[in-house]
Each structure stands twice: as C-alpha cells, then as structure tokens.
Design a protein around this ligand. Sequence first.
Ligand SMILES: Cc1cc2nc3c(=O)[nH]c(=O)nc-3n(C[C@H](O)[C@H](O)[C@H](O)COP(=O)(O)OP(=O)(O)OC[C@H]3O[C@@H](n4cnc5c(N)ncnc54)[C@H](O)[C@@H]3O)c2cc1C
Length: 462
Amino acid sequence: MATERLVVIGGDAAGMSAASQARRLKGPDELGIVAFERGHFSSYSACGIPYWVGGDVTERDDLIARTPQEHRARDIDLRMRTEITEIDVAGQRVRALDLETDETYWTGFDKLVIATGARPVRPALPGIDAPGVHGVQTLDDGQALLESLDRVPQGRRRAVVVGAGYIGVEMAEAMLRHGFEVTVLNRGEQPMATLDPDMGRLVHEAMDGLGITTVNGAEVTGIRTGPDGRADAVVAGGTTYPADVVVLGIGVAPETTLAHAVGLPVGPHGGLLTDLSMRVVGHDNIWAGGDCVEVLDLVAGRTRHIALGTHANKHGQVIGSNVAGGYGTFPGVVGTAVSKVCDLEIARTGLREKDARSVGLRFVTATIESTGRAGYYPGARPMTVKMLAEYRTGRLLGVQIVGREGAAKRVDIAAVALTAGMTVDQMTALDLGYAPPFSPVWDPVLVAARKTVTALRRAGTA
Ligand SMILES: Cc1cc2nc3c(=O)[nH]c(=O)nc-3n(C[C@H](O)[C@H](O)[C@H](O)COP(=O)(O)OP(=O)(O)OC[C@H]3O[C@@H](n4cnc5c(N)ncnc54)[C@H](O)[C@@H]3O)c2cc1C
C-alpha cells in the first residue's frame, strides 16, 4: 500500500506528463497514482490531427505517444472512459463516473492534479450539431471527419472551414489535400489574428495563391442542412457558402467546469490560477497545468490563456516533480507559436502591436523582406520579418515571420532573445550560423534587428 495517493484528472499531455514524471521520481510503494480520462485515448498528439487528416501521417495510432497499457505497465492506474464529475476539496476526494457502466464511486487523494484541457468553442448556431459539421479536438473527431470526407462523392467537393486561426489554416490545407475546394470564413480582419493585420494579409495572399478562398469579416449565423439532415452550407453575413463538409476551428476555452464548481481561483481569461510551481493559488495539495490554466506572459507582464501542447508538457513535468517531492517551476511564456499552410510558414513570438499598446508600451516597428537561403542559392524563397522594440530602451518586444522554408523555426532566435530581455541592438551582434543553403550572410532576423535599430534612431531613442 502506497503511503500517498496522487489523483490526476485528464489523461493527455499535462496530466500524463505529470503522472509519468512523478512516477520517475517516486516508486509505487511511496506514491500511488490514479489517473482518470473520459475519452478513448491517452497521451496523444492533437497537434498531429491536421496532418493525419491531411494524409501526411497515415496511421492514427502514430499520434499516440503512450497507450493506457503502457502507462499501466509503469504503475500508473489510468482509468479510461471515466469522467470526474465532482471534486470534494475539503474531503480530499473526487467522484468518478464510469462512462461504460454508469457506475459512480469516490476516490480519495492526498494530492490532486487538474489537467482537464480546453473545450472547443461551439456557438449555439442553428445547424451547428448537424452531421457533416466537425470539430478537430480529439482523435475521435479526426476519425469522424475522415469518415465524412469519404462519404462525399468525387467531383466538385466543397469544404468550408470556420475560423482562420492556426487550426483553421492547417485544416484548410488538409481539405485541399483531399481535393476539396476550400473556403475559410474568418470573423477577423485577416487570417491568423495572432499576427498583426499587415502580416496576416501576407497569409491571406498566400492562401489565395494556393486556391483557398478566405472571406474576412464573415460572421457565421448558421449552418444550413439538406433533406437528409446533413450540413450542406454555411451562412455568413447574408451569404450562403455551399459545403459538403464543415470544419470548425474557432478556438478553445479552458475546461474549468469542475474547478469553478468548488470555487478554485480562476483568472480573467477563465483559466485556473497557479503559482510558479503550478500549484493552484491558495491550495497546498492541488496543482493544475495545460490548457486549463492561465500562464504569465513574460513580455506583457500579465496572465493569458494560451492553449498549446508545448506548455502543457512542460507544466506536466514541473507538476510531476513537485508532487513527488522534487522542485520545478514554470516561469511563464513569451508567446511563441508556429504553424503552416502548405509551404507557407507562419511564426510569432512576443507582442503584437495591439498587445503592446494594451499594456501601455510605446514601440517602433520594422518590417524587412529577405530570403531563407543566400539569394543566389537554388531554392531561395522569400521571407518577411516584422519586429517590435520598445521605444527608448530598445528592448525586443515581438517578432512575426511569414515565409517559405526556414521561416517558422527562425522565430526561436527571437524567443530566446525575448526570454533573455535583449535589446534589438544586442541582437544585431548575435553569432548566428551562416552558409548559403541555410541563410543569407545576414540572417533575416539580424536584418530585421538592424532595421529596427534604425527605426529607434529615427524615433530619437537610440
Ligand atoms: C487540431 C489541433 C492542433 C494543435 N496543434 C498544436 C501545435 O501545433 N502546437 C502546439 O503546441 N499545440 C497544438 N495544439 C494544442 C495542444 O494539443 C493542446 O494544447 C494540448 O493537447 C493540451 O494538453 P492538455 O493536457 O492541457 O489538454 P488536453 O489535451 O485537452 O487533455 C485534457 C484531457 O482531459 C480529459 N478530461 C477533461 N475533463 C475531464 C474530466 N472531468 N474527467 C476525466 N477526463 C477529463 C479530456 O478528455 C482530455 O483528454 C493543437 C490542438 C489541436 C486540437
């Protein structure tokens, strides 16, 4: 019998990283670990769904990092298809509902990890639940979408993607690869609202070039269904867009229903609030991580909700260390994210113009055009880099990159510079690798830094 019991709610990235790390540090005699997952899969990569649906990844199971059996072999009692319906904070127990048998029971805990993720936004629109309308949050969703695609006869096949964030544009590519005519309905000014509109416009233009129609300012008011009850069109702004399949990619909200019900602290963006050790504020024996929490934005100096697997895995690692008597902290994020639509790579880190304004920062911007390889080297393709720096101090505030091969991961240079609190002047001297197949002699990020220094000078601050 273990001396302590850890209960984990949520069997994916954050929850199972926490459970696995705790198990690495403490054996089953010292720490019993029970994890509950209401879905059919554990430790899987939702990030891979667009590439599986699109056909780059052929086997669904390749997206599963660790099966329930593999977790159990490591002495983690992972109970699948079991939903936690209530947390009794004072009584240190959770109520479980076995979704296969309808049986309910209580399980006690000494330490609790909440890793319930996020739920997709699904507005209450007419037709939203009709067959043929698909979310892409889980492997089950991906499977259902693939089956729906198979039902659509060859010939003129039309897909409407609602939402032009990174999931929307990745799914647009997946639909294109299945031979669909693709329309993306975007409520915002430009696709990829995580970029400034001037950079989002480049994404829009590239999508046009790929044959993807993007309609900006399109507020969806309903999904039309045909005589068979299946979705056959999306209605937005008074226009009807015919659709053989509809894919929703309209964002997510933290899944904090359980935590809310028992008054655990929730921040302005609806996510649980934790300290740097990922312990829920005010609760010594409860931790939370992944898409259900808010994170500290190190550049803006305030919390945000950012649903990304990269954070969820790190949170899990930190939580697992702390619950097992080790030590770890998650200091916060700088807001780095990368994505792609076909061969167009999209990257951002730090603050957009409107983020900087909203926290009262004055800044300058510079935008440059360059290439990912030396201009003379075969395959050199264009790349646009936009940089923001703080007025007077010259501190780097943000970078956005849109371009072909090599664009996305270049943003990591800026992520490191942001984390280190570098000025753009310091960045100009960074010793980045150079050879013609990999970059021009002045890397595009360095060119952007130099131009930003010039902009600062013009503004009279450098
Ligand atoms: C299509 C798509 C593409 C993505 N691409 C990327 C990418 O390229 N890069 C990136 O960094 N991130 C990406 N993400 C985001 C990433 O997948 C998530 O941030 C990550 O999965 C979050 O992990 P999590 O453990 O916090 O939450 P989740 O993965 O959502 O896991 C939470 C789990 O908790 C379970 N659960 C919830 N409530 C209960 C309950 N009451 N009882 C029992 N179980 C419960 C859920 O069933 C779920 O399995 C993508 C997401 C999607 C959907």
